[in-house]
Design a protein around this ligand. Structure first.
Ligand code: MN
Length: 234
């Protein structure tokens, strides 16, 4: 049988040292740093993590110039450690979780904050706030075989050279093994699944022409810039 419309391109991210990591699904953890929970008006208790998703084709490459998104007047950056699953499984035990990780990367969970605020107010899904074209810039995947499993390290996002977000992986409310274990109780994970682990405090707006440099100590860097023009006329 042949496909009746053009087959979608397989989303993929370059791996440091060679090869491509195929992206299947992108799972995102909400509110995983206490200071960020506070800045968003929530009490950072250790309530169970919650998850939302971005489509694989929202991935945008390192070093690129992105079209500025439509339908927002308040586009926010969220720097996050990205976990790339290498071995699938359901109901993964926390003690086994890191054995399911292929590698890590630096990512940006770009957010149309105005649409998210409206969705929260109306108790609607977050999709249009989180899961839009080019909304997930991700740097090269770095194999855990080379760097191990970072549990601490500075997380820094600069916009046009000025530090906006600063945190440390040690401040994650739910660690990477805990997050994998809990997420795998809700969905069976598979190779190609990415997990965005949440963002530290300091989220804020970026506009057309702004450049973002994201870095996570022990993992790597990611830089992307927004074009001056919008993706298309609003
Ligand atoms: Mn996020």
């Amino acid at each position: 049988m042949t496909f009746v419309v053009p087959q979608p391109e397989q989303a993929a991210i370059p791996v440091q040292g060679g090869g491509l990591y195929p992206v299947r699904r992108i799972w995102c953890v909400g509110r995983n740093y206490a200071e960020h929970a506070r800045e968003m008006g929530h009490d950072p208790t250790r309530e169970p993590p919650f998850f939302f998703a971005k489509h694989a084709d929202t991935v945008a490459p390192e070093g690129g110039v992105l079209p500025y998104p439509v339908a927002t007047k308040d586009l926010h950056h969220e720097i996050e450690l990205v976990v790339a699953i290498g071995k699938g499984g359901a109901d993964i035990a926390e003690a086994d979780a890191l054995g399911h990780v292929y590698g890590y990367a630096v990512g940006l969970d770009m957010t149309r904050r105005d649409l998210q605020a409206e969705a929260k107010k109306l108790a609607r899904p977050w999709e249009m706030a989180k899961n839009f074209d080019h909304s997930c810039p991700i740097g090269p995947i770095v194999p855990a075989a080379g760097i191990g499993h970072p549990a601490k390290g500075a997380v820094v996002l600069k916009v046009n050279g000025t530090v906006r977000q600063q945190g440390d992986l040690s401040q994650l409310i739910w660690s990477v093994p805990e997050t994998i274990a809990i997420l795998s109780r809700f969905v069976a994970l598979a190779p190609g699944d990415l997990i965005m682990t949440g963002t530290p405090a300091g989220v804020g707006a970026v506009g057309p022409g702004d450049g973002m440099e994201a870095s996570i100590e022990g993992v790597g860097t990611l830089s992307v810039r927004y074009a001056l023009a919008k993706a298309r006329a609003a």
